[in-house]
Design a protein around this ligand. Sequence first.
Ligand SMILES: Nc1ncnc2c1ncn2[C@@H]1O[C@H](COP(=O)(O)OP(=O)(O)O)[C@@H](O)[C@H]1O
Ligand SMILES: [Mg+2]
Length: 301
Amino acid sequence: MKFLMLCREARLYSCQRLKNAAEKLGHQMDILDPNRFLLKLEQNAPHFSLYYQENHDAKPVLLSEYDAVLPRFGTASTQMGCAVLRHFAAKSVPCLNEAAAFSSARDKWQSLQLLQQAGIAVPPTAFVGKEFEAQDSVSLIGSPSVLKTLTGSQGIGVILAEKPQSAVSILETLTETNVPVLLQEFVEEAHNADIRCFVVGDKVVATMLRQSKAGEFRANFHRGGSAQSIQLSDAENAIAINATKALGLDVAGVDLIRAKTGLLVLEVNASPGLELIEKTNGADIASQMIKYLVRKIVGKN
Ligand SMILES: Nc1ncnc2c1ncn2[C@@H]1O[C@H](COP(=O)(O)OP(=O)(O)O)[C@@H](O)[C@H]1O
Ligand SMILES: [Mg+2]
């Protein structure tokens, strides 16, 4: 089969692992940058065409057919990347993950609403309108609190406000500069650790416990967090699988945090990194993703 990965940096570990896994299983994988596409709508067939420009001097080429698409683009390319996914969906090409699910996952507030609606426990969180008094918002969530921009990733845009006054001033600054932000209870008892579950279809294929580096509360790999392997119970794995389903994703990296009240879902990533979790867990996640994608394509035909 011939696959297309949408990614801005082909050299990244995750992209290379997925390409190698696809090739080992006898498939072909092209890696293209979603920002180098031109999408065209036209009255005559094929109605949805896609052009690609390799570099500024290159002649645009009309893209050939693909059997499936893997979105692996970052938050800076969500809009264009999802538009490309919708173009392929209109041509009945399956995507791992589909555009609607992918873009819901890229909005932290919308994801939390969908999780809560599906009966999945999330930390108490507020999304505050510009005219709502910041002081009152902070009183409703309590202190310390965490503020998060809606489209951040890799720990960027996640701020700990240890005192109510800090939360108020950060909230005021962000809303005043038109940066939408959510306000969340800080789960202090997790001691700066969280759990990443990698879900493919209806299976948790790998898990790891991440601990932040000294002086940092964010456990992300990109913020210097370290990881160790961890085994979850079936009930705990079911939380990650249900969170993936609630957002309609095929593949997800679900972040869980241990609170006094139990295991809570922090967020669901639609393009989770493979490097730290494969190296920590020893699992061949890339091959499992490709095999799942092939089953999805065959199931469709
Ligand atoms: N409410 C919270 N309480 C305690 N720690 C948190 C909370 N929210 C986030 N964190 C920490 O910050 C990290 C990044 O937050 P997350 O919501 O996963 O955003 P990102 O998309 O940037 O990874 C988490 O992995 C966790 O370590
Ligand atoms: Mg995260």
